[in-house]
Design a protein around this ligand. Sequence first.
Ligand code: SAM
Length: 369
Amino acid sequence: MNRLTTSWGELELARFPEDPRDPLRAWDAADEYLLRHLGTPTGSVVIVGDRWGALTTALAALDPAQISDSHLAQEATRANLKRNGAASARLLSTQDAPPERVDTLLIRVPKSLALLEDQLHRLAPALHPETVVVGAGMVKEIHTSTLRLFETIIGPTRTTLAEKKARLILARVDPALERPPNPWPLSYDLPEGIGPVSGRRVLNHAGVFCADRLDIGTRFFLRHLPATSGPVTVADLGCGNGVVGLSAALANPAADVLYLDESHQALASARANAGGAGRFVLGDGLSEVAPGSLDLVLNNPPFHTHQATTDRTAWRMFTGARRALRAGGELWVIGNRHLGYHVKLRRLFGNCEVAASDPKFVVLRAVKR
Ligand SMILES: C[S@@+](CC[C@H](N)C(=O)[O-])C[C@H]1O[C@@H](n2cnc3c(N)ncnc32)[C@H](O)[C@@H]1O
């Protein structure tokens, strides 16, 4: 837990899930810069991409609407609002219809340029010439391509001087601007030679992992998934666009497949790709799944979370899998060789074997005893 001092007051903030050993703060210099820069916003305030709810909590008295793709960010926001006795905010997902009118638009530049592009397109019709549009990010997160999106979708754009390695993006709404069409969601055809999903057309909402082409790690995983038969329960943990779970579902029509992700965009993509067949669960890893209820967990873990390179999420996924599997159930994990997941799995499960490998990737299998 950490304290952030703003002109709106002193806030106690934490990330989600809260971890007392977590040295990472729930805000950064870009959030502070944005809060310092704002006068007193009026009218309808919309906050996009608030990482852990610091902006939404600081501005809660203005009854802002927050738009986020991340369930973890929304949970962090809920907890931070409560912790600070703040009025509740309207928490919208990137899949919800955006507010009809926006007078102040605050955008925490996301890691995914695609997500920014899609959000700007979705919000542009709600902006008017007096709307104040301010983006914020660390210098390393703001590229020429980022500014070009503001220029082509909102209007004339400039940046401020950097402060503590953070920068603001100031855009003026040009109502006469001819915006290019929103390319999202994007569809592509999967390659051949990857099992039951070969050649299928998949839909990807903006910001989803491998949204414009199949990831080479996922491709390797698809070629080495375990066969199942009969009425088994399979979890596609961190499902992204759902191709892994879909492959398991097509290979065994009797399987009950759960698609799990913390991203609204991912779950919407997976639902579309599976034609709605299966269970689609928003949550932190397997937190919503009953202990001992799964026969098989398939997992391509994330190793970037909100810009931080960390294997903490992978570890939480593995411990969650151990809890959610029945005795004899299996966790299959794909990873880059250098990530050393086998050490973690052996520590946790007491066993771990290599099911497939090439010079870059390994598919690991751990059995719950
Ligand atoms: C490397 S991608 C894998 C996507 C897909 N399964 C594939 O193999 O192409 C990891 C996925 O984990 C999701 N993720 C990250 N943190 C998560 C969490 N705490 N709980 C659930 N899913 C999470 C990400 O949104 C992302 O879709």
